[in-house]
Design a protein around this ligand. Structure first.
Ligand SMILES: Nc1ncnc2c1ncn2[C@@H]1O[C@H](COP(=O)(O)OP(=O)(O)OP(=O)(O)O)[C@@H](O)[C@H]1O
Length: 266
């Protein structure tokens, strides 16, 4: 359906695309679920992916950090360019390195069965960072950025499972931040949380975009409208429309987008 006009939209308002999806198709085995998708992800902005159940939002999100590589039979066509240069789907690119630059926070908090400290230090250890003072500093910085430090600084050696659901999700965000990623992917990060924990995570995302670029899948149009700068509407594996969030909700260019944002289907 649409478009490289999406790329032009961001260029028109002078924002750099941190990542750009170019003619991306994706297959689970022989089933094609993404169809020539194009999408810019503007740097230091929050971009929301919305659309009815099964339209391919999570599938698209998972392409960004090569999660589909973990299962045989999955196939990508097209490119996702990081900083306009590196195609992260390229065969010569190491998925582990991609996941250091592009980290992910999942729907349900999924801390490892380790201490609070070791959860955050995990990616640093994978990267080979052994110096205690460096790991300490990065763990503290990540926990502060995730607005969790004050709540956990005296219990860093406790098991992460002792934290509340909202705290566990902020811990997962701290874990995602610890390796200094450039882009963080959020897959419905608040769907398992109560309203107060949801608000904490939304406030956190608004503050995080100074350091990182954010791409979030959400089922909630209200959430997309509250916290994203840009929104992309998908339908049946196609990218129907991408625009500034206010424009997409108030002046959609496509009938399908209008019907969806007005709650006529989905
Ligand atoms: N592992 C898989 N193997 C085969 N098909 C899959 C797999 N995962 C998802 N699909 C199919 O791919 C399509 C897109 O699914 P996806 O989960 O990306 O949609 P979604 O928009 O994120 O949906 P939801 O909002 O319900 O989470 C659906 O038809 C789904 O059934």
């Amino acid at each position: 359906m649409v478009n490289d006009q999406s790329t032009q939209t961001t260029h028109a308002i002078g924002l750099k695309a941190k990542a750009a999806v170019k003619d991306l198709s994706f297959y689970y085995g022989t089933t094609k679920v993404l169809k020539s998708v194009n999408l810019p992800v503007p740097e230091h902005q929050v971009t929301a992916l919305i659309g009815p159940s099964g339209c391919g939002k999570t599938t698209l999100l998972r392409c960004f950090n090569r999660l589909h590589d973990l299962y045989p039979g999955n196939r990508y066509e097209g490119e996702i360019l990081l900083d306009g240069a590196v195609n992260i789907l390229g065969r010569n690119i190491d998925p582990i390195e991609v996941r250091m630059r592009i980290s992910m926070v999942f729907q349900r908090p999924n801390p490892f069965p380790k201490s609070i400290y070791e959860n955050v230090a995990y990616g640093l250890r994978v990267r080979g960072e052994a110096k205690r003072s460096v790991v300490d500093a990065k763990v503290e910085h990540a926990l502060r950025s995730a607005a969790l430090w004050d709540e956990v600084k005296d219990r860093l050696n406790e098991l992460a499972y002792n934290l509340s659901g909202g705290q566990q999700q902020r811990l997962c965000i701290a874990r995602a931040l610890a390796t200094d990623p450039e882009l963080i992917l959020f897959d419905e990060p608040t769907s398992a949380l109560d309203p107060i924990a949801t608000k904490n995570i939304e406030d956190l995302m608004a503050s995080l975009k100074e350091q990182v670029t954010i791409l979030i899948v959400t089922h909630s149009m209200q959430q997309a409208a509250r916290l994203s700068d840009y929104t992309a509407f998908m339908y049946l594996g196609e990218m129907v429309e991408f625009n500034q969030t206010q424009t997409l909700f108030n002046q959609p260019q496509h009938k399908q987008t209008e019907d969806y944002v007005q709650g006529r289907f989905g």
